[in-house]
Design a protein around this ligand. Structure first.
Ligand SMILES: Cc1cc2nc3c(=O)[nH]c(=O)nc-3n(C[C@H](O)[C@H](O)[C@H](O)COP(=O)(O)OP(=O)(O)OC[C@H]3O[C@@H](n4cnc5c(N)ncnc54)[C@H](O)[C@@H]3O)c2cc1C
Length: 253
């Protein structure tokens, strides 16, 4: 920091496309920060930033605490989920988070509430900021039947595995859904399922995923993204905005 190096914070990297040239400066990865606490009296989880959200979702369901079932199958850390306001099945981080603790570049710890985070669809005020999420407090609803919660959770997971390409590496949904449409449906209508550049392919299983069929470079993925944007725009006059975060150098288009 004293040397003025750029700093990038990453969690599990599950929503990232990182340039083939890599990233300049320091990259801080939070994946090993996993000392989460369960406050049984309040049904709260004080979740550490590097904790896989999926692990917390299973543990909450086992305790009969409802509120994190939606998170099953999201391969991110708590920090990444807080920053992205990740969600699924009509649930998202904004529904359960009460506050988050962040570390500023000057070394100060700050506590942010929901209003500070300005949560919207897959978006928060932390995106593009230089603050590192260290932990988040999640408020769940106790007193549910664990068996029922686990059944719902397993059903969500099964649904994902049948509709999304979990068998190949990807960075999740590539584009935001342009309301009222689903990005995957728009892409599918353009006939781009299976479209491939190098090792990067528009998934046959779900058109809003670009999978690495083997040896894909970031440039391959970027070129597929660009082609999809143009083809969808030609057919639907809609410019798809990426949900995936592109870090490092990519061509300006
Ligand atoms: C197969 C698959 C399925 C997915 N399904 C979904 C889904 O259903 N719903 C959904 O919303 N997303 C989904 N995703 C995308 C992704 O898992 C989420 O966006 C997740 O929240 C990213 O968490 P991460 O820890 O991997 O963050 P990263 O990808 O590492 O980072 C994402 C952003 O958060 C920032 N960041 C990460 N950690 C911190 C921290 N501690 N402090 C400050 N900034 C930080 C990074 O700088 C970056 O801007 C999916 C991805 C895959 C591969």
């Amino acid at each position: 920091m004293e040397q003025g190096l750029p700093i990038t914070v990453i969690g599990a990297g599950s929503n990232l496309l990182i340039s083939d040239q890599g990233l300049p400066g320091l990259v801080l990865c939070t994946r090993h920060l996993r000392d989460s606490q369960f406050d049984v009296d309040r049904a709260q989880i004080i979740a550490a930033s590097g904790e896989p959200i999926v692990r917390l979702a299973w543990q909450a369901a086992e305790r009969g605490w409802s509120g994190l079932e939606w998170a099953i199958g999201i391969p991110g850390t708590v920090g990444g989920v807080v920053v992205m306001n990740a969600g699924a099945h009509q649930g998202c981080m904004a529904d359960v988070l009460t506050q988050t603790e962040v570390l500023n570049l000057n070394g100060a710890i700050e506590t942010l509430g929901l209003l500070d985070l300005q949560y919207r669809y897959r978006s928060s005020s932390l995106q593009g900021s230089d603050r590192l999420v260290t932990q988040a407090t999640l408020q769940l609803q106790p007193g549910h039947d664990p068996t029922a919660l686990l059944t719902t959770t397993r059903a969500y997971l099964e649904q994902r595995h049948t509709t999304q390409p979990y068998h190949l590496p990807s960075c999740g949904s590539v584009f935001r859904n342009p309301k009222p449409y689903k990005a995957g449906w728009l892409i599918e209508q353009t006939g781009l399922k299976g479209y491939q550049i190098g090792g990067a392919q528009v998934s046959h299983r779900h058109a809003n995923f670009i999978v690495n069929c083997g040896g894909a470079t970031a440039t391959d993925v970027f070129d597929v993204i660009h082609t999809v944007q143009h083809r969808v725009n030609q057919q639907w006059s809609i410019w798809l905005e990426p949900e995936v975060k592109m870090l490092g150098q990519f061509p300006v288009v």
